[in-house]
Ligand binder design. Sequence first.
Ligand SMILES: *Cc1c(COP(=O)(O)O)cnc(C)c1O
Length: 500
Amino acid sequence: MRMLSTRGGAAVSPSGAILRGLAPDGGLYVPGTFPAFTLEEIAELADKRYEERALTVLSRFLPDFETDELRRAIAGAYGTGFDCEAVAPLSRVGARAYALELWHGPTLAFKDMALQLLPHLLTLSGRKHGETREIFILVATSGDTGKAALEGFLDVPGTRCCVFYPEDGVSQAQRLQMVTTGGNNTHVIAVRGNFDDAQTGVKRMFSDAAFARKMDEQGRVLSSANSINFGRLVPQIVYYFSAYADLLKQGAVKPGDAVNFCVPTGNFGDILAADYAKKAGLPVGKLICASNENNVLTDFIRTGVYDIRSRAFYKTISPSMDILISSNLERLLFDLGGCDGEKTAALMEALKTRGCYAIGEDMLERLRARYAAGYVDQDGVRAEIERTWKEDGYLMDTHTAVASAVLRAYQRETGDRTLSVIVSTASPYKFGASVLEAVAGKAACEGRDDFACCEALSALTGTREPDSIRRLPSLPVRHGAVCEKDQMPEAVLEAVAGKP
Ligand SMILES: *Cc1c(COP(=O)(O)O)cnc(C)c1O
C-alpha cells in the first residue's frame, strides 16, 4: 500500500509517511488504497481483546510493518496505563445510544488512544529508514496535547519529548499534570508569553538550520507529534472496529447492520478515522459531525462553503473543539474530489489567501451522503450534561455532551432510528468544574478550585474520581524551567544538557 499526498506529490510507504509527518509539497498523507475487511473478518473481532483487534486492523493499514513489531508496539501502548481492560469500552446511555469511552488512558482524554501508540510507530519507522539518531519531539501546547505527548513518549527508547506551554495560559491542573511528569526523556518548559508565542517559537525551531545542526551533532533529529501525522490517525481507526465488535458481542447488531457515530469534532481527525473504517468495510451509517459555537464545520457540511472570514473565535467549556481551521478536513476534500491533488491544493490555497472556499455540487453530494452535522451552544451543553445524568444516570464531559445533544437533535429532525454511538472523548473529571456546574448549579463551584470541584462531583454523583486527578496535588514537581519567547532553542539545549 502506498501513501499519497493530498497535494499530488510523490507517494511513500506507510512508515515513510509516519516518519515525515507532512509531505514535502505541504500535503497530508492518505492511503492510496484501503484494506477491505469482510463481514466474517469483522465478526471474528467480537471475541478478541482490544490489543488483538488493534493488531488485525493495523496490520492491514500498515503492511510494511512486521506483525511482531506491531504486536510489541500495541503491547507498549495499551498493555498498561489504561484503567480498564477493555481499553475503549462501550457504555449504554439510557435506551437511546451507546457511548464509546476513549478516556481510560493516562491523561483521561482521547488523545491517549493515538499518542500512546505513535512513539512506537515512529521509532519503528525510523529504524526502517536507517534513522539512527534519537527522535526529538517538540510540542507547543495549550494544555491537553502536551501531557498526552509526554505520557506517550515517556521512557520510550530512542525518543525524547520536549513540551512548551504558555506560563499563564494553562489551568492549574493542566500545569501540574505536565510538570509532575516522570521519565528520563521528558522536558517541560514554560514560555513567558501566550500559546501563539509558544507555537510560533516551536515552528521557528523546525526551520532553524543552525539549531538542527546542533541537535544533529548530539545525535538527535527533530520530529513532530501533531495530529496531521498519519501515525496519529491510524490508531484511531481501531476503536471504531472495536466498538462494532462489542455491539456484535452484546447482540445489539448483526453482522452488516449499520451503526451511526456522532463525534465531537475539532481538527476532524477522530471523525475522519471513522470514515476510513467505513472505507475499509465497517458497516457505518451516518457520521454526525458535532460542533460547539465554533461551527464552521456545521456550515460546511450543510452548504459546501468553508468560510472563516467573518467568524468570531469563541472560547468555550469544550476547549479542545475551539478550532476554526480543521487540518484533517484536507484529507476528506482529497477523497471527495476523486483523489485529485491539484484540486485539493487549489482549495487549500483559496483558504489561505481568501479565507474561504466552496466545493462543487458533485463533491457536496458525496459529502452529504456520508456526513450530517449540527452544533450546540454552551447552555445547551450544560443542559445536556444535566439531562443525561438525571434521565440516564450517565455522567459525561463537556465535549461528549456536544455530541450527545447534536445526536438528539439529529434523530428528532431526521427520524433516523439507526443504532447510534456517541464518541466520548474525555473523562467528566478532566473538566470537573464545568460538569459540576452543569449538574449542581453555579453555586456548587463557588470558592472551589478544580480539584475541590472534582471531589464534590464524586461525592454528589457517586462516580469514581480517577486516581491520576486525586493524586496530582501531592506529586513532586520535576520540571521548573521557564524561558523568554525568543530563547526557546537555548532553553532546549540547556534542558538536554541537564538530563542527557
Ligand atoms: C482533541 C479533542 C477533540 C477533537 O478531536 P479532533 O480529532 O481534533 O476532531 C474532542 N474532544 C476532546 C476531549 C479532545 O481532546
